[in-house]
Structures are given as C-alpha cells and as structure tokens.
Ligand binder design. Structure first.
Ligand SMILES: [Zn+2]
Length: 243
C-alpha cells in the first residue's frame, strides 16, 4: 500500500550500492540518535499488532549509516531493511511495523534519489500510517477502532470493498504527500540532498518513464509540485549534513 512503485527492470545491485556507500554514507560516529526538532511527534493513536510475514524471499540488507541517521531523525529506534528478490513489489515499500523493503533496481538509483526513497518509507513507519489506516477503515466500516487488535484483520475490511477504498483514499493521498516532504527533508539533513537531486530527480525519472507510481496515487507531477514549498527548508537542512 505504501509502495513507491517504479518501473525499472530487474538488475544487480553492485554499482548503485557502491555509490551509495561512497557518497551518502557518513561515518558511524556521525549517527545522530535524537529525533529532529522539525520532525512531527510520534502519533498517539493506538498500536495494532502487525504480524504479517514482512517479505518472503527477501534478504537482510545492511543499511549504510545515512539510513540509520534518517531513522533516528524520524524518531525510529527499531528498523530493519530487506532486499527483495525482484521488482514485483515495486522499488520500495514499508511493512508494518518496522521493515523497509528495497528492490534490486532501487539500489541502482543515484544516492540522493535512494535517500529520498528510503526517507519516504521511513516516514510511513515513523508516522505509523498503517495504524492510522487500520483505524480509518474500521471507523468507516462502522466498527470501533478497537474491534480487533490485529491490523491485518482491520485491513481485510477494505479487500474487495471499492466504496470503502474510495472513502479512505484521501487519507492515503495525504500520507503519500507527508511521506514525500518529510522524506525529502530527512534525505536533506542526513545526506545533504537537495529537493532537486533527491525527490525531484526521482519523480522526473518516473515521469520520463511513463509513470509507475502514478497508477496508484497522485501523479508524479502533482507530487513534485507539492514538494516545491520545501525546497528552501531542504537547502538549510542539507548544510547540517555531515557529508
Ligand atoms: Zn508511500
């Protein structure tokens, strides 16, 4: 649901991973543990139990220090990265409550595009969009938010219910915009990435390729426009980057 689906083909990880480690790695000593003052506080709505298999066939992915820095800036203390075996789930997605999955082609993005992509998924986790979804679909279905402890039970309500999906779609769109701008700012502070080199370059690539993400959410062009007001903030945060 939170996939930023791309449309690159399958490929290996060698060059992209090397560039990432080279350009946007920082040092272990530079890892910041306190959340950024500008990052919104963790939401106080209820936690559901999420016990889905995070990613069958995935391998553990050792995160560069920059990704850990982004997680820390977002107030996330427990995070796991996985490498998908192929592109079937899109370039990146998050699995509740604490897993970010990247595809082989995601690791071939430029360092700042990849930092934005990872930052975007980290925002979904930090802002607990999956719990927010479970509450929303419960309430829209006429149930109490606490009718089940299990998030997957709640999300099953939306399976095959197009009307319900339509009613919550505005929430999903808001979550995507939030993940975009906060993710772009995480990439700025952790990696020194501008909006132009991170988010905008990522969306432009998508627009040029005919759109993958556009199918499920707002168009890349619309998301690009929504990011423009944050360009100056990103520039200022990028000066705090240790790279
Ligand atoms: Zn997303």
């Amino acid at each position: 649901m939170f996939a930023l689906a791309g449309n690159s083909g399958r490929s290996g990880i060698g060059r992209g991973l090397f560039l990432t480690l080279l350009v946007c790695a920082g040092s272990a000593q530079a890892i910041q543990t306190a959340p950024a003052a500008w990052f919104p506080d963790s939401p106080n709505f209820r936690h559901y139990v999420w016990d889905d298999q995070p990613c069958p066939g995935c391998k553990t992915l050792a995160p560069p220090p920059a990704w850990i820095r982004m997680a820390a800036l977002a107030g996330i203390s427990n995070i796991h990265f996985r490498l998908a075996p192929d592109e079937s789930g899109g370039e990146a997605y998050s699995v509740a409550p604490d897993v970010v999955v990247l595809s082989p082609s995601a690791l071939k993005l430029t360092p700042c595009e990849l930092a934005f992509l990872v930052g975007h998924e980290l925002v979904h986790i930090a802002r607990r969009h999956f719990d927010e979804d479970a509450i929303a679909v419960s309430v829209y279905s006429g149930k109490r938010a606490n009718w089940t402890r299990h998030g997957s039970d709640a999300m099953q309500l939306v399976d095959g219910d197009f009307g319900l999906a339509m009613r919550v779609s505005h929430l999903w769109q808001d979550q995507e915009f939030e993940a975009d701008w906060l993710g772009a700012l995480l990439a700025a502070q952790a990696c020194g990435c501008s909006i132009e080199s991170g988010a905008m370059a990522y969306f432009r690539r998508d627009i040029d390729a005919g759109g993958g993400i556009a199918a499920e959410h707002s168009s890349s062009a619309e998301r690009l426009r929504a990011l423009m007001p944050f360009a100056e903030s990103a520039k200022r945060l990028a000066t705090r980057s240790s790279n």
